[in-house]
Design a protein around this ligand. Structure first.
Ligand code: BEZ
Length: 248
């Protein structure tokens, strides 16, 4: 379960980084945009400032409740990216920092392609191949040491080739794709711990409750040589950014 307050207070970088993706989307007045994985709705609100109409969809009821509270004039729905039911309704599908949570990526790609009008575009950014490698390595090592079992978090980090091929399979034409490092500072001395608590629930949940502190300390120890920059944590994010078009 997501905690929207914690998400906004301690992990606001997630949506703040999305502003550049809105530039790439370049929404126009009158366009209808689906914000897939809209979280607490901040980017959906920014897209409407360009005169577009936005529907924000997120699988978390807590996130959608917070988005509706913050932006009562906008439309938000709880929905699963694997089971989108929209048919040719959107000029654009926009998605920031969400698609790496959808391991059934083919289902999401099929639903996105179907949701677009002919000529409509997908503009998305999420974790790509090699994303959070040092964090993952530290998580796996700590789980082995503390007895949480070997961990495979529910994340999907494809390469450019893999994701472009997937989108093409569902009839989209990829017009831009890039994989790039985006080291991301985490807030505070406990930033890595908070990151694992917020996003690593699938891993942390398998660690016996009375050993979680020790587990988190071991994650910090394992990651420190790679991610501690002068006393501040910098997560080893790698982004896959993609633009694809449904042929007209
Ligand atoms: C990411 O934004 O890269 C990310 C967030 C949570 C878990 C894994 C990756």
């Amino acid at each position: 379960m997501w905690n929207p307050r914690l998400y906004d207070d301690r992990h606001a970088f997630v949506w703040r980084h999305g502003a550049a993706l809105i530039d790439l989307l370049a929404p126009r007045p009158g366009e209808v945009v689906l914000d897939l994985g809209c979280g607490t709705g901040h980017l959906a609100a920014q897209i409407t400032e360009a005169g577009a109409t936005v529907l924000g969809v997120d699988s978390s009821a807590e996130m959608i409740a917070e988005a509706r509270r913050a932006y009562p004039a906008l439309a938000f729905e709880v929905g699963d990216a694997r089971h989108l039911t929209f048919d040719g309704r959107f000029d654009a599908v926009f998605s920031n920092a969400a698609l790496h949570w959808v391991t059934d990526a083919g289902l999401a790609a099929a639903g996105i392609a179907r949701a677009l009008k002919p000529g409509g575009r997908l503009v998305a950014e999420f974790g790509g191949r090699g994303n959070v490698r040092a964090i993952l390595t530290a998580l796996r090592a700590a789980a082995e040491q503390v007895g949480g079992g070997v961990v495979d978090p529910p994340w999907y980090f494809p390469s450019v080739g893999e994701y472009a091929a997937l989108l093409e399979r569902y009839g989209l034409e990829v017009t831009f794709a890039a994989l790039f490092d985006r080291p991301t500072p985490l807030d505070g001395r406990d930033g890595l711990r908070r990151w694992v608590e917020m996003f690593g629930g699938a891993v942390l949940g398998r660690v016996p409750a009375d050993r979680r502190d020790e587990f988190l300390a071991r994650v910090e120890d394992g990651a420190r040589p790679h991610l501690d920059r002068d006393g501040g944590w910098v997560a080893d994010y790698r982004r896959l950014r993609v633009v694809a078009v449904r042929p007209g």
